[in-house]
Design a protein around this ligand. Structure first.
Ligand SMILES: Nc1nc2c(c(=O)[nH]1)N[C@H]1C(S)=C(S)[C@@H](COP(=O)(O)O)O[C@H]1N2
Ligand SMILES: [Mo]
Length: 411
């Protein structure tokens, strides 16, 4: 099996921004030959860039529905700025007007006291908390699968770690009183489907009660200290850090407490599920052999320098972020010789659980010329990133090969 090349790398070359130019470096030519032993990247075509008020020029992966990822070099901020946070819609953006504080959400099903609370009541009745929390699309890394898996071809940019303010879902569930029959949640938002239907959910996922009761699982109304923008789920959304982003329902209007695993759209078939027994890549698979994807896998992204950078010096002050679903990062190792030797990067502690961790490394390349820099993170359970996306599945979940960038040292 060949290692996964930096996918869409030539595509990303188009994105080099002012930061790179300011550092006195320019770009490798688009379509530059890759090092011996690696396969050429996908056809070099520039990405469509997002043009939306309040959003940076993210790479558009689809426009109906709108899906846009954050290029690796735009993931460099310690706290993801709102304009750089990726966007993933499954349907249309709802038309929401009126006082956001009057917006209501319903908690019903296996509870002693079904609740219908306005956002204003939620804010005043329960403690408001702020954490820096990962939001990561379940399909992040999908483009690294061979053969291509069905869905948006995310590289590593379906992820971000901004600051979220909200109330704990646990507090609301305690107020409603969970019955002993409560085992799972089912989430509903107000977005019309792509076809424009408003009488059925676009997507409706859920989680085991234990995850719902985690103190970091929020009903969020602020993003980086400001009211949630409409595109990110205003007036309120769920934020279920560490698990597939699809659980973090935007435009939230109902949480249904179930006495069995939830069965809304996005819970069955090959959606957000990975094979219990590895299947032949490219095969149809059997949806009876699939298990729900819960915690997201360990991942690292080099955010500086950008892939394809020409460097004036052999010294690189490398930076990146690593994260691992429910777990912390134990170490990140860096290789500049295709994985023959590895050196540990410095890894910072997270500001709180479920936040990404900064890694830095001072690299001294032995000569001028072409190098790849590889990063490989290991989580607190000792699970590390593979060399190639493994456990292939039809819809491409769990693709987390080590991260690779290419640099050319000119002197
Ligand atoms: N109501 C609703 N909530 C939703 C979605 C959606 O299509 N509708 N997409 C989900 C998916 S798949 C992801 S990855 C995250 C993305 O959140 P963002 O667009 O704020 O980055 O929202 C989730 N919440
Ligand atoms: Mo997603």
């Amino acid at each position: 099996m060949r290692p996964s090349e930096p996918r869409n790398a030539s595509r990303r070359n188009v994105l080099k921004g002012a930061g790179i130019a300011a550092a006195g470096v320019s770009l490798l030519p688009a379509g530059m030959a890759l090092a011996q032993g690696t396969a050429p990247a996908a056809a070099p075509k520039g990405p469509k860039l997002l043009e939306m008020e309040g959003k940076a020029k993210l790479a558009v992966l689809g426009d109906k529905p709108l899906v846009a990822e954050t290029p690796a070099e735009m993931m460099d901020d310690a706290v993801t700025p709102t304009d750089k946070l990726f966007v993933r819609n499954n349907g249309q953006v709802p038309d929401i007007t009126g006082d956001p504080k009057a917006w209501k959400i319903k908690i019903d099903g296996e509870v002693n006291t079904p609740l219908e609370l306005s956002v204003g009541e939620l804010m005043s009745r329960f403690p408001n908390v702020t954490y820096q929390l990962m939001l990561e699309c379940g399909g992040n890394g999908r483009s690294f699968f061979t053969p291509e898996a069905r869905g948006n071809q995310w590289t590593n940019g379906g992820a971000g770690c901004p600051q979220w303010t909200g109330i704990r879902l646990a507090d609301v569930l305690k107020a409603a009183g969970l019955k002993s029959s409560a085992i799972y949640t089912g989430h509903y938002g107000s977005d019309p489907t792509l076809a424009g239907e408003t009488n059925k959910p676009t997507i409706s996922r859920g989680m085991p009660i234990a995850k719902a009761m985690d103190e970091h699982t929020l009903i969020a109304f602020k993003l980086n200290g400001k009211d949630l923008p409409l595109i990110h789920g205003a007036p309120v959304r769920l934020l279920v850090p560490g698990w597939a982003g699809s659980l973090s329902t935007k435009w939230l209007n109902r949480i249904w407490i179930r006495d069995k695993e939830h069965d809304g759209p996005g819970m069955g078939g090959f959606s957000y599920r990975t094979p219990k027994t590895p299947i032949v890549p490219g095969s149809k698979g059997n949806d009876k052999d699939m298990a729900i994807l819960e915690s997201m896998p360990v991942r690292s992204v080099i955010t500086f320098p950008a892939d394809g950078t020409k460097l004036a010096s052999r010294k690189i002050d490398l930076r990146g972020h690593a994260w691992a679903g429910d777990y912390d990062i134990k170490k990140v190792d860096i290789s500049t010789d295709y994985g023959v030797t590895w050196k540990p990067a410095k890894v910072d502690a997270p500001p709180n659980r479920f936040a990404w961790q900064r890694f830095t490394a001072s690299i001294d390349l032995p000569t001028a010329g072409y190098y790849e820099v590889w990063a490989k993170a290991t989580d607190s359970k000792g699970v590390t990133q593979p060399f190639a996306a493994g456990n292939w599945n039809p819809q491409g979940y769990g693709g987390n090969p080590l991260n690779r960038i290419r640099v050319l040292v000119e002197s």
